[in-house]
Design a protein around this ligand. Structure first.
Ligand code: PEP
Length: 250
């Protein structure tokens, strides 16, 4: 059985003190959830978040790392720094980072390798643009992103990898993929992973859907065979909505 993971991506929202208050309010709402609950918070909120989830099953994620171990990279944060404060996951290659910060499949791969080397679990984001879907090349795009992101990742490390299928046209737009579309592309990703690592690894891999998932549509998306959770932006900023999604995953 693979793990269902509901992860919030707060993007550039909430202050450290708001983080503490949010988590205090969220904990009783998701207590005892039968899926993994992860909160992806801004760098400066990580310490408060790690403190606030102590003694609970909720895990904390960063939203980015640098691909080098350390050095002259002003303004950057390393995987080692995050592990040191108790962060467990890191979102890598989100489409906003690809769009606004020039991340490429190659830098995504370097970050994935660095995360794994330091014991951080990467949530790797892949997904096509609307024009690519309209051209009928979704499969090629997503397969290529997956293959490059995983280049050099060992079979053993695959147990710590999560992939999030996030069609770019669905992120923050209110246009959710249909549950069939989400299932189809998550299935394509699973086949790519099966070709690279075999069926056991592919069957054990958590593949999330992300893109305007909310309290209303989560249950239908999460019912699909190949959809093992969600990466949730906007709806993760409200405790009520986020907890509804967590319970939909059960
Ligand atoms: C995201 O940021 O990964 C995301 C899916 O955002 P939203 O849920 O707001 O579309």
């Amino acid at each position: 059985m693979r793990k269902t993971i509901i992860a919030g991506n707060w993007k550039m929202n909430k202050t450290p003190s708001e983080t503490t208050d949010f988590i205090k309010a969220l904990i009783p709402l998701v207590d005892g959830a039968r899926c993994e609950v992860v909160l992806g918070v801004p760098f400066v909120c990580l310490q408060n978040a790690v403190e606030a989830v102590k003694g609970t099953a909720v895990k904390i994620s960063a939203q980015n790392i640098h691909f080098e171990e350390n050095g002259a990279y002003t303004g950057e944060i390393s995987a080692k720094m995050l592990c040191d404060i108790g962060v467990e996951y890191v979102i890598i290659g989100h489409s906003e980072r690809r769009q606004y910060f020039a991340e490429t499949d190659v830098t995504v791969n370097k970050k994935v390798l660095k995360a794994l080397e330091n014991g951080l679990k990467p949530i790797i984001c892949v997904g096509e643009h609307l024009s690519q879907r309209e051209q009928g090349i979704t499969e090629e795009i997503v397969s290529m992103q997956t293959k490059v992101a995983l280049c050099g990742v060992s079979v053993d490390d695959m147990k710590n990898v999560v992939i999030a299928y996030e069609p770019v046209w669905a992120i923050g737009t209110g246009k959710t993929a249909t549950s069939d579309q989400a299932d189809e592309v998550c299935g394509i990703i699973r086949r790519v992973v099966a070709d690279m690592y075999g069926n056991d690894v592919a069957d054990g891999l958590t593949i999330q859907y992300g893109g305007s998932m909310n309290a209303k549509n989560a249950a239908e998306l999460l019912l699909k065979d190949n959809v093992d959770g969600g990466l949730i932006g906007g709806a993760s900023l409200k405790t009520e909505d986020f907890s509804i999604i967590v319970h939909a995953a059960e």
